[in-house]
Ligand binder design. Structure first.
Ligand code: HAM
Length: 427
């Protein structure tokens, strides 16, 4: 039997990578605070029905990609494939619609699960950062949500971004368009794949998203939703664009942008990377408005909008644009003990330094002084503190500042203070 490996489509974030994750998470938390979105944490699994009703029975996600299982109580549960349905479930369950300040502005970061064919930027477990603003249909909040997504990328250092925008209209517009699509595809539907044949009556918009029949000539000539927007939907879209112009956020309108989830109406958007060498998948984030979802899940009319992005694709884009983030956390002091008696002292000095906010480390493998010195170098310690027989006798440690090679004797009790002082001089 070979060694056990992580399941296909999953991966480990090893220590040399985790600093990047932490920096991205810091950026997210800071920006969400600036924009006044509050964090919500929902369970990693939910009742399967939530996604069937929320995300939609005819979507690829629900039909092909969910990790669904029966638990020991014979309930059908599903590892969440996305966050919006869960957040809306929670908004309804906890009656957040009753809070005086609407919209309720929420964000989340956490693992999502989809049974997809893994490739660069597409995993079976991935981490989404997403936001949802629920309880307003002001086009200004659409612009705010989009601005926040763009800000996360810009603050992380990305430059080659493209915002793609579309309007899916309201129910009336969509029904008119749906009818036109059915009439367009129906006469030749036998030329399409089985999935598309099923989609024709239920959800013909999905046909436009089909990966199998992408090249079929009827795809290019399909009626565009843009031509079926009623007056109100068109006016709403204009206002969203006006607000984006006001914010100086540029975008391209793509009437073919339909998104792969059923709950959307009005504003739909994706943010793509234009970085060279990105491979086939260039969508960094996707989102849109979902005015009926809260009602579908049992709440009162509460229009919402949000987006989600995976941290994996953000990190991939940073790599492609050669932006470095998450430098190693620096080590302030490495304490070297020359013998067993000094080691006891070293242990308490390390503890004392840490208690004073100074990062400190020492050797735990009984190595010789020279090997410990090398460790201190590899860890890029700013100060090395050496304790041996004579230091124990004098009650003073030898403190060496690595950058300047400057060396000083400092009484044990004053080590923390002395290093703090030197640190603050440098900073
Ligand atoms: P989505 O387009 O399915 O939308 O996913 C949003 C983002 O999640 C994608 O743009 C991508 O960054 C990331 N993503 C999706 N699948 C994978 C995967 N297999 N591997 C890596 N990253 C992936 C939603 O999930 C909606 N809930 C977004 C939303 C929020 N709409 C309104 N509010």
């Amino acid at each position: 039997m070979g060694n056990i490996q992580a399941p296909r489509g999953t991966y480990d974030v090893l220590p040399q990578e985790s600093a990047k994750w932490q920096e991205v998470e810091r950026t997210i938390n800071e920006l969400c605070n600036l924009y006044q979105y509050k964090e919500i944490r929902t369970p990693v699994f939910e009742h399967t029905e939530l996604f069937q009703r929320g995300v939609g029975d005819t979507t690829d996600i629900v039909q092909k990609e969910m990790y669904t299982f029966q638990d020991r109580g014979d309930r059908s549960l599903t590892l969440r494939p996305e966050g919006t349905a869960s957040v809306v479930r929670s908004y309804v369950e906890h009656k957040l619609f009753g809070q005086p300040d609407q919209p309720v502005k929420l964000y989340y970061t956490g693992p999502m699960f989809r049974y997809e064919r893994p490739q660069a930027g597409r995993m079976r477990q991935f981490v989404q950062f997403g936001v949802e603003a629920i309880g307003s249909k002001d086009p200004a909040i659409d612009a705010e949500v989009i601005a926040l997504a763009m800000d996360v990328y810009k603050s992380s250092g990305l430059k080659s971004l493209r915002l793609v925008l579309n309007s899916l209209g309201d129910t009336e517009s969509r029904l008119a368009h749906k009818q036109a699509l059915i009439e367009h595809f129906a006469p030749s539907i036998e030329e399409f794949c089985g999935d598309c044949q099923n989609r024709l009556e239920k959800n013909p918009l999905r046909i436009l998203d089909c990966k199998v029949d992408r090249e079929h000539p009827l795809m290019a000539t399909a009626p565009s939703l843009a031509d079926y927007l009623n007056e109100e939907s068109a006016a709403y879209f204009t206002q969203v664009k006006d607000y984006l112009d006001e914010l100086g956020i540029s975008y391209v309108v793509d009437p073919n942008l339909v998104r792969g989830l059923d709950y959307y109406n009005h504003t739909a958007f994706e943010i793509m990377s234009e970085a060279e060498g990105f491979g086939a998948i260039t969508t960094l984030a996707g989102g849109g408005r979902y005015n009926g979802l809260v009602e579908d899940l049992g709440g009162p009319e509460s229009p919402g909008i949000g987006f989600a992005m995976s941290i994996e694709r953000l990190l991939l884009a940073l790599e492609m644009e050669k932006v470095e983030i998450g430098q190693d956390q620096s080590l302030d002091a490495y304490v070297i003990a020359m013998d067993a008696a000094s080691k006891k002292k070293a242990v308490s000095i390390v503890r004392d330094l840490r208690a004073n906010g100074i990062s400190a480390d020492m050797d735990f493998t009984d190595r010789k002084m020279k090997a410990q010195m090398k460790s201190a170098d590899r860890k890029k310690a700013r100060f090395v503190i050496v304790i041996g027989e004579s230091e124990l006798e004098s009650g003073k440690a030898a403190v060496k500042e690595m950058a300047t090679r400057d060396q000083q004797e400092v009484p044990f009790g004053e080590l923390a203070e002395s290093i703090q002082k030197k640190k603050s001089l440098e900073e």
